[in-house]
Each structure stands twice: as C-alpha cells, then as structure tokens.
Design a protein around this ligand. Structure first.
Ligand code: ZN
Length: 171
C-alpha cells in the first residue's frame, strides 16, 4: 500500500470521462487500498480515482454521520465502483465545497439533499446506498469527478478562502 500523489488542475485526467471497472482482481484491490490510504493521508472525506491520475470509475468516501458537530463521530468507509445516482430529491441545498485537486479555491454549490447511489462494492457485488445531507454532497462531488466535472463548474460563486476560514470538507 502506498500514498499516491494527488494531481491538481490543469492535469487532463481530471477532465476525462473515466472507464468502468470490469475486473475486481488484485490490481483493483491495490488501487482501492492506495486510494483509502491517500484519502486518509490528505486528509479528506472523499477521493475519486482520477485524482490520483487513474481514469477508472472508483470512489472512496470516509465520513461520519454528525461529523460537522463532532469530529470524533464514528466514520464509515464507502468504496464504490461504477457508481450511479439512480434517485435524487428535487430539493437542493447550498453548501461550501473544496477539492483536493483544486487548491486554494472554495465554492458554493447546490446539491440534491437526498440521493440513492447504485454501484458495486470492492468485491464486485451490487451495492445500493441511501445518502442525505453532507454524505449526499460528497457522493455527488466524487461521482462528478468520474465524468470530468469539477465543483467549480457547478458553483454559483467561487472564491479564495481567507487563511482563517476553516474548510472542513475537502474532497
Ligand atoms: Zn474533488
């Protein structure tokens, strides 16, 4: 296992549509382990494979329900290959996002409040995840990465945070 370098703009892999994962062999397991390690090292709450220059449809998210209020809230790790949003609430909420691949920029982005994500887990078995609030936001941000879409494309406004402005959710 190894921490990988996180690529940032203008690296072209961040703008490409990533390929579906069809094999869940040793190489895929290694990629997953590298991504989890890189995410924890960053540290961040979510990471998509293109962010380590691999154009595969794979995301990892580690997030605890209630983490905004309590940073010791228990975290849950999600590993999803070929994720797809199959249901989304009409209701959208605005929130401040940052991205490990776009240093020194944050933006206000409208995201669906609730979504259902379908995909496959690390062993190639179908999985279905219901997410709301911040977790739903993180999923939408990461799935966008697989289509070459960045939060700055969706933001109603983008700015450079002041040094004392704390950004809690970097992915
Ligand atoms: Zn990102």
């Amino acid at each position: 296992m190894a921490v990988q370098e996180i690529v940032s703009l203008p690296h072209p892999v961040l703008r490409r549509k990533a390929h579906k994962i069809t094999k869940f062999d040793k190489d895929t397991q290694k990629l997953i382990e590298d991504m989890v390690e890189t995410l924890r090292d960053a540290p961040g709450v979510g990471l998509a494979a293109p962010q380590i220059a691999v154009d595969s449809r794979l995301i990892v998210i580690e997030y605890g329900e209630g983490e905004e209020e309590d940073e010791d809230a228990p975290k849950k790790l999600y590993v999803v290959a070929n994720p797809e949003i199959v249901e989304a609430s009409e209701e959208k909420v605005a929130g401040i996002e940052a991205c490990l691949s776009i240093p020194n920029l944050v933006g206000e982005v409208d995201r669906h409040e609730r979504i259902v994500v379908k995909g496959v887990n690390r062993f190639g078995k179908p999985t279905r995840i219901k997410a709301e609030g911040w977790l739903a936001r993180i999923f939408q941000h990461e799935i966008d990465h697989l289509d070459g879409v960045l939060f700055t494309d969706r933001a109603s406004r983008v700015w450079q945070p002041r040094e004392d402005e704390e950004i809690v959710n970097a992915d």
